[in-house]
Each structure stands twice: as C-alpha cells, then as structure tokens.
Design a protein around this ligand. Structure first.
Ligand SMILES: Cc1ncc(COP(=O)(O)O)c(C=O)c1O
Length: 480
C-alpha cells in the first residue's frame, strides 16, 4: 500500500498554481506594515497581556489579532474588501450562490436561518437528532418543530438515516409544513439520501435546509458522499473548524445557486447575531482552510485521511471483539468518521481505556460506542499507533463498570411537546429537584455536547424515561 504521508512531504511541483487567499494576504501585509495603534484590541499587538500567555500563543499571533475596519482588511457586515473577496472565493469552491463566513460556529448559521426564514407558529419538519442550535433558532423565531424520526440503530445506540418516504409521509399528512431542515450526515457519519429527499421537497414546494456541519470536506474528494448543495438543498451550514482545517468556532453558511430563499433576510439576521468585532484571525483561518482544500497539497491531505480511514477499518475487520459501523441497507457512511464498539464494553469505558492506558483522545463516546475522526492533519503513523492500541484492547480482558452508573448519553426519546418552544422559554418558571420534575413541562434546553442533541426542550413533558440522561442534574427548570 502506498504511504500517502510520504507523498505529502515531497515538495509541490514548481508549476503548482498559487491559490488566492485574500484575507491571509491582507493580514500578512498589515503585519509587515505596522501602524502606531490607538484602537482596539487593547492588548496592542500583544504588549498588554500576560507574558506567559504571549509566550504560549506566540507574539506573532497577537500582532495579527485584529478586527475588521482597521488595516485595510475590509468589513464583515456588509462584506467589503478582502473579506468580501474571500467569501466569493468560498462560494465558488463550494458551489454556492452566496457564502457567509460565520463566527460562533455553525450555531450562528442555524440561528440566522431560523431567524431570517421562519416565523412564529410555522411548522418546521426536522429530525429528532438535530443539533440544539436548530431548536434555539426556533426559540428565537417562534417556529415549531415537527419531528421526523430517523431509523434507530439500536445495536449501536445511535440515530440512523432519514428516509425520503418518511419525509413524504409527513409532508402529505401536514399541509402546513413550511420548511424541511435535516441533519446530514449524523454526528457518527450516517448519510441519508438527500437527492431523493430534495425531490420530495420540490414536489411539495417546501425549501430544504441541510445541516452539513460535519461534512465540509465532501466537495473535495470523490470517495466522500455528494454534498447537499449539488443535490438540491437550498441552504447548508459547514463547520469548517470541525474537519476543514480552520480555527475553532469558524464556519460557513452557503445559499444554493438556484435557491429561492430570501438571502437578504438571512444576511440581516446574521448581522444582528454576529459580534461587531469579528476576529480577523478566525476569518483568515476560514480563507486559509478553503484555499488549502482547493490546493493540490490539501487534496493530498484529504486523500491521506480517506486512505487512513480505509486502513483503520480494514484492521478493525481483523479484530475479534471490536467492530466498526459500515454502510448497510439504505444508508451510506462518511468513511472518515469511524464509529466503533467493543464487545462487553460501553463506549464511555472504551474511551477511558484509550485515554488512560494509551494517551489517545477520540472525538466523542456514548453508550454503545465511540467516534474516531480520520482528519486532514493525521499522519499514517498516528493511525498505526491507534490500530496497535486497538489490537491490544482486543486481546485484553477489560471489564466494564460504567453500566453501574445507569447513565445514558445519546438521547433516543421522542419528545412529547406540550407548548410552543418560544412561549415556554419565556414563560414564568421555577427550579425544582429533579425527583419532583416528572409530569411537569420543561422550561429549558438540556443538551450535552457532543453531540448537542436535546435531552429536554422548553415545552416538553418530563417523563421517567428522561431520568437516565439527567444523572448530572440535581435541579430542573420547569414551567410554573
Ligand atoms: C449537526 C450539528 N449542527 C450544528 C452544530 C453546531 O456547530 P458549531 O459547533 O460549529 O457551532 C453541531 C455541533 O456539534 C452539530 O453537530
């Protein structure tokens, strides 16, 4: 097998095309031509901060820590200068009509989509395992979720794919659905048939939003699933910081070429939701991530991530007690997200073995299994080390005491909604001991991250079935 790692280390061919990164270039220019600074940020190129912090982060990072409006870097709202140019280049790279750079992650994108495009009382068809930001958006706008219940992969303790038949059934049953908003892929990499779902949405004339927070790489490698922007979705969010190589918290929101969505309304909502002092470091990291993914070097890094994942999966196939989630009937998976489980061990126990005995940290763990990401930045040696450790675990008789906790992590219940989300969020509330909360209506969102799927929502009836998910909570906020 070829070691793609080695290939990446070789110099790029001289003829390689230089990919433009306007914010990165403007920031470099500002760094090379410093001004006497009498404006924010008040640490003034790092001088006004703790020396230990400056040492840790590096003086250079602080020297380029600036916000828009200064140094000819352009502005975010409205988009001007290098920021505007970088957003346009991103739109082209991802195949969108408009792309907005997001601070505060895809969370900001979901909030803006809800705030800009939905209204009080409107019903939004969304999957039960959507991220809490979709629901927070509905708290802001007053819209209401109508649940799409995906397949349940009980052996793996996770939610599965959404079927087009299920979407059509709901649209047929409820004539007042104003939007379909689904998560694809799931956190664990399970992929739904977006092409078929989009055809159903077109048939019923409702827009389709796809929360693709975990799939910003799909446009850049043929072994990965087809991105929703190519399959008829109207809008998509991407957490570039999760898998695309940008810095934490930076994401993108794309509006599709042929979408009829009100782009101005989304832009206005974003302006209201965003900070008025956007970090140029974060914006530059988005610009850099897009440019890297388009470059031949980035493409080789992604190829390596795919090859590493294939290698990991092949090795797990040889293990006796460890298994990985594979594509099966009716759904696909994103190969770079490797969800594994071990016989006799909970996901949390397996996670702690990897962490304590082998110094390995994974993306997340839940009741039955845990999630490993094969990333752009992982070398083949990283994966080989992981494989060696998994073989050791496979051959050792580890025991599990986590089950004694009787604690559940992956919310798999279907919420019983008694009141509108927004009305409940703003209703008079009281905080009561958890033991007295059964039969009451929740006044708060409880959603542990990861995966950020709601355990309880404002307006939801609290039942005994919630208790195993609420072990860490002594008190619950309920409607008075
Ligand atoms: C499906 C999904 N959508 C949106 C988000 C929010 O993303 P961010 O952390 O970029 O705000 C997450 C975060 O985990 C997610 O899993």
């Amino acid at each position: 097998m070829t070691d793609v790692t080695q290939k990446i280390k070789t110099a790029a061919p001289k003829s390689a095309v230089k990919i433009k990164a306007p914010i990165v270039e403007a920031l470099k220019k500002a760094y090379e031509n410093p001004t006497y600074q009498f404006h924010i940020p008040g640490h003034t190129k790092g001088n006004g901060t703790l020396p230990d912090f400056r040492k840790l982060i590096g003086k250079k990072a602080l020297m380029i820590d600036t916000t828009d409006e200064f140094d000819g870097l352009g502005t975010l709202h409205p988009a001007t200068g290098p920021i505007k140019e970088a957003q346009e280049l991103a739109a082209k790279a991802f195949g969108a009509k408009r792309t907005f750079f997001l601070l505060n992650g895809s969370t900001a994108g979901n909030l803006a989509l809800a705030m800009g495009l939905t209204k009080k009382g409107q019903r939004i068809l969304t999957n039960r395992n959507c991220h809490r930001s979709v629901l927070t958006g509905m708290i802001i706008s007053g819209a209401e979720p109508l649940w799409l219940i995906p397949e349940r992969f009980d052996d793996w303790g996770i939610w599965g794919n959404i079927t087009p038949e299920n979407v059509e059934e709901q649209l047929k049953l409820h004539g007042d659905i104003s939007m379909v908003w689904i998560t694809n892929p799931t956190y664990e990499g399970v992929v739904s048939d977006i092409k078929a779902i989009s055809s159903v949405c077109k048939k019923y004339k409702v827009p389709l939003i796809v929360d693709e927070a975990h799939a910003c790489l799909w446009n850049f490698n043929k072994h990965l699933p087809t991105p929703a922007l190519q399959l008829g979705a109207d809008a998509v969010v991407h957490s570039l910081h999760k898998t695309g190589g940008s810095m934490s918290q930076s994401s993108m929101l794309h509006i599709a070429e042929n979408s009829m969505l009100d782009v101005d309304a989304v832009e206005k909502a974003l302006k209201l939701l965003h900070t008025t002092s956007p970090s140029l470091l974060l914006l530059a990291s988005l610009d850099a991530a897009r440019a890297n993914l388009e470059s031949s070097r980035g493409k080789r890094q992604l190829e390596r991530a795919v090859e590493n994942a294939k290698y990991l999966r092949r090795e797990i196939d040889n293990m006796e007690h460890i298994h990985h989630l594979k594509p099966d009937f009716g759904y696909k998976t994103d190969i770079t997200k490797v969800f594994i489980k071990a016989d006799g061990l909970s996901g949390k126990r397996l996670e702690s073995i990897l962490e304590i005995d082998f110094n390995i940290e994974v993306e997340s763990a839940s009741d039955a299994g845990l999630l490993i990401l094969s990333n752009l930045g992982n070398s083949r040696n990283d994966i080989k080390y992981l494989v060696d450790c998994l073989y050791k675990i496979d051959r050792t008789n580890y025991s599990d005491i986590c089950y004694l906790e009787n604690k559940k992590h992956m919310p798999m219940l279907t919420p019983i909604i008694k009141m509108n989300l927004q009305d409940s969020f703003y209703a008079p509330k009281e905080t009561i001991p958890k033991s007295q909360a059964i039969g009451r209506i929740s006044g708060e969102v409880i959603a542990e991250c990861p995966p950020g799927i709601a355990i309880l929502l404002p307006g939801e009836l609290i039942t005994e079935a919630h208790l195993p998910y609420l072990q860490d909570y002594e008190f619950i906020e309920v409607i008075k």
